[in-house]
Design a protein around this ligand. Sequence first.
Ligand code: SAH
Length: 502
Amino acid sequence: MFLTISTTGSPERPATDLGFLLHKHPAKVQAFSTSYGTAHVFYPEATAERCTAGLLLEVDPVALVRRGQGKGRGGTPDAALAQYVNDRPYAASSLLAVALGGVFRTALKGECATYPELPDRARPLRVEIPVLPARGGADLVRRLFGPLGWDTVDVTPVPLDETFPEWGDSRYVRLVLEGELRLADALRGLYVLLPVLDDAKHYWIASDEVDKLMRAGAGWLAEHPESELITSRYLARHKRLTQDALERLELVRLAEADGSEVEELDNAVDGTRDTEERPVPLAVRRREAILGALRAAGAARVLDLGCGQGQLVQALLKDPAYTEIVGVDVSVRALNLAAKRLRLERMGERQSSRVRLTQGSLAYTDKRLAGYDAAVLSEVIEHLDLERLPALEYAVFGAARPRTVLVTTPNVEYNVRWETLPAGHVRHGDHRFEWTREEFRAWAGRVAGRHGYEVAYVAVGDDDPEVGPPTQMAVFTQGTGTQGTGTRITDTTDTPKEGEAA
Ligand code: SAH
């Protein structure tokens, strides 16, 4: 089994950078032992202009049999023989993908210790796989690799026997991919698609296969037109795992529709990514600010109003300090996705007794919401028409009256700092309004005054000296005095004292 990866370069950007990217020195021939044999890495050419790395996997048929391959096919002498006489030595299959994942692990993650900026750059790449099993034919190979950003996907069927062309083609193809890509993206595509084309995964499908698929598929699989076929075949048509994976891809898609959450989910599915080097996504910082304020308030019974897909509910469940967590949303679709995210159906009794998801509109008073320690409205108010906002105010601050209320909303002043946001646009298509810091404080101050709360403000995300933070949060705490007393407005996080009058 063999594949080569080539790149071209110049004296300023030498092709031999490929060695740094792959973490394998171009001057060396290296061998790595894998569970199925030995993987060799070597460079047939390595100059500043052109550099090619080869990965050759020498399969050990005995190891393959020992690891349980061919189980269920046994019995007849033919089947036993097939374990030794097969295409494994030369056809690039799932075993090659396993070797790729092991030998080039750092490159797959898109990391490079020596030149950290290198993996982020696309460069001219050429990948050649001389013999690739193509279950589904040449056309499927094109459909699978086509959407991955390659300029050309060249698929040539390999004849069954060159001396007898009339015998027709074998089920193998020669594949050459050319284009300008980041190496990590190229490798991730191969890592997933080689086993898909092989369609006979040569290792045990464990539940962490879904995680592996999500990691390798981060950034492309959710949007791939063949994502279902890829997922099902990658997971060896295992029904439950495939369904799991498809649901997770659906979450990724939904998050992508809501720009603010994309990064967060990327990170969630791509656990191998180094979060230290990347800025912490805003959605994560928002959640941390909320969790900090809830902890400071000493809350145990919490409402997540407009819980969406349940990310906060999930985080709250991890902390036993929260004994009752209720997620409320008007959207049944969001609640269904939240239930899937939380694996509500498969949850043990103790966990499930702590959490409840319920449909409801915040524009109406709801008796079920009365008497909680805290309520969170994270990125919710801006989804209501301004005329509906007083109704929400009353339902939350007037009727439900939790001891603490946290409200977060975008700071519209910060929008000029988003590189991808065209001038004058709001961050999300469904935002009915976005407020300046002054507008938010005017609203929050009025609400607090009217309903007997005190309010403090917290900056979430980097607090820009000119335009302020990307997200603003108001922490409302029920005042000790009578309803309607003055509000106290501060600029720092205010820690509400435990046991403050409810
Ligand atoms: N709180 C989540 C989701 C924010 S998106 C987060 O921080 O990520 C806004 C959510 O508010 C959506 O899920 C939407 O369905 C919900 N929503 C909008 N109007 C609502 C209303 N009137 N009542 C309840 N939920 C509402």
